[in-house]
Design a protein around this ligand. Structure first.
Ligand code: PLP
Ligand code: COI
Length: 344
């Protein structure tokens, strides 16, 4: 993807994009010494970082990330999706990890600048999204296990296609009987970078067996559904939606919240509760929800040698209705009565 003229169309085939890294033009960076205010952030060319080998983030995983998307509407507007919720979630995560907190205003300003200065990487309407990746991490050197003396707030962006190959083709998932993602009192409820590496091998192994991802059960009873890799879980039984309640071990997904609000506005009852895996296996429909995954229908779940198949491998009617309603708002094809899609 060689491109030097920053005004030109990038040499990228929008229709064959996957959810993978492409280097774009510009990134935002700001720094903050512990106990002081953030220095003014600057936009700079996308570049590698200089970090002390003793930086808190690479020694002790003191860092978090966010994930959000900008989309090009048919009428040319560039739409974000509830970016203030990413800003607030990052604030909660920074507090949990003992890091400097980025104000909502600074976070949103950085996101807007990164979209504007990488606008040529924003795919045409309906052909993908610009995925925005804010990072906050301990960049100062520290040897003891303690909060780093300096923090970096960085935002970059990458054009992306589908997270799960096949898009609305229902995916096959497998319950992990060996691994858990998070325990009560841990960091599962924030987007800590350290939550992700332990899931890589389980996920890779499941993919090698032909599954799209892992479903994690709770670490205490090994019975209640937590999450699907990097997305939240929903199932539908007798037209009622069920999704795992927020107890601190799962990520409070923005797509999860939006799906709940949207479903309620469409007249569905939605229960945030403990979702027993046996109940989920007997549900009528299941899907997962996340920024990268959007709403992805689940076709089957394997658990302890049993396989539950939903809707004969077709997309369930409720899943389809919610997918259509959510993406129509996100892409600016439908009115946005909730005010979820500010333009850049
Ligand atoms: N759960 C995990 C572990 C995630 O990493 C994500 C992705 O952000 C989600 C759920 C979905 O959250 P959101 O809808 O805010 O993207
Ligand atoms: C997201 O949906 O934004 C995620 O963070 C998922 C994943 C790529 C980690």
């Amino acid at each position: 993807m060689e491109e030097t003229d920053s005004g030109a169309e990038p040499a990228i085939d929008w229709d064959s994009m996957t959810f993978s890294f492409t280097e774009t033009d510009r990134m935002y960076i700001a720094k903050c010494k512990q106990g002081e205010d953030w220095q003014a952030g600057i936009m700079q060319d996308f570049q590698e970082l200089r970090l002390s080998p003793a930086a808190g983030v690479i020694n002790y995983g003191q860092g978090l990330f966010e994930g959000m998307k900008a989309r090009r509407a048919e009428d040319g507007r560039v739409l974000l999706f509830r970016p203030e919720l990413n800003a607030r979630r990052a604030q909660g995560g920074s507090r949990r990890l003992g890091m400097a907190v980025v104000s909502e205003e600074m976070f949103l300003d950085a996101v807007h600048q990164v979209v504007q200065e990488n606008i040529r990487w924003l795919p045409p309407n309906g052909r993908g999204e610009l995925y925005i990746r804010p990072l906050i991490f301990g960049s100062g050197a520290i040897l003891g296990v303690a909060p780093a003396p300096e923090y970096t707030f960085l935002v970059y962006a990458v054009p992306v296609g589908l997270y799960f190959k096949g898009g609305m083709n229902p995916i096959a998932l497998k319950v992990s009987n060996e691994f858990h993602r998070a325990a009560p009192g841990g960091s599962g409820g924030v987007k800590a970078i350290g939550n992700y590496a332990p899931g890589m091998m389980p996920s890779k192994n499941a993919k090698a067996e032909g599954y799209a991802e892992i479903i994690y059960l709770d670490a205490v009873h090994h019975r209640y559904v937590e999450e699907v890799g990097a997305a939240n879980f929903f199932c539908v039984k007798d037209n009622v939606l069920y999704t795992p309640e927020l107890t601190g071990t799962i990520l409070p997904g923005i797509t999860r919240l939006s799906t709940i609000e949207l479903a309620r506005s469409l007249g569905y009852q939605v229960l945030e509760t403990k979702v027993d895996i046996e109940f989920a296996m007997g549900a009528d429909e299941a899907f997962c929800a996340g920024t990268a995954a959007v709403i992805s229908p689940i076709g089957s779940i394997e658990h302890g040698g049993n396989v539950a198949t939903y809707c004969d491998g077709e997309v369930g009617a409720v899943t389809k209705q919610l997918y259509d309603a959510l993406t129509a708002i996100q892409e600016g094809r439908a009115p946005d009565p909730f005010g979820w899609t500010p333009s850049v």
